[in-house]
Design a protein around this ligand. Structure first.
Ligand SMILES: [Zn+2]
Ligand SMILES: [Zn+2]
Ligand SMILES: [Zn+2]
Length: 138
């Protein structure tokens, strides 16, 4: 048994994740449920910090639930960059902070972000708006 240093409960070692330190495998100080809670709280705080800079709403549809929001390369390109840094991942968020929030990104929700990818770079929402603005001549 091992005592979790977060919730203080003694739990079987199977309730702890392993991690490697200098080639040795050790058990984490927090049990798996505690580690998960800490990680997601940490991730949510990190994400909010990013969204506070790039926008707390989806630039396309106005979605404001942070869980649904992600960052988008404004130019739609940067594929080389995306390969190096997974957009939406913690390493990407940390990269943004360490580079002083570079320009060229904006907030989109996952719907609009993937909608654009599937739809050749333009969100189906925008397409609907374009159709309303310029009705097809019959
Ligand atoms: Zn715990
Ligand atoms: Zn959206
Ligand atoms: Zn949209």
């Amino acid at each position: 048994m091992k005592r979790c240093s977060k919730c203080g409960e003694p739990k079987p070692v199977s309730e702890f994740n392993e991690h490697r330190r200098r080639g040795r495998v050790e058990l984490q100080a927090y049990c798996i449920p505690c580690a998960r809670a800490v990680n997601s709280a940490w991730y949510a705080a990190l994400k909010l910090k990013i969204l506070a800079h790039y926008g707390l709403f989806c630039a396309c549809c106005g979605e404001s639930e942070p869980v649904f929001l992600t960052l988008d390369h404004v130019d739609g390109g940067g594929r080389e960059h995306c390969r190096q840094i997974k957009v939406g991942g913690t390493s990407f968020y940390r990269w943004l902070i360490s580079h002083g929030f570079p320009a060229g990104f904006r907030t989109l929700c996952f719907n609009c972000n993937s909608g654009r990818q599937v739809n050749g770079g333009i969100c189906p929402h925008e397409e609907v708006m374009l159709n309303v603005a310029y009705p097809a001549v019959a």
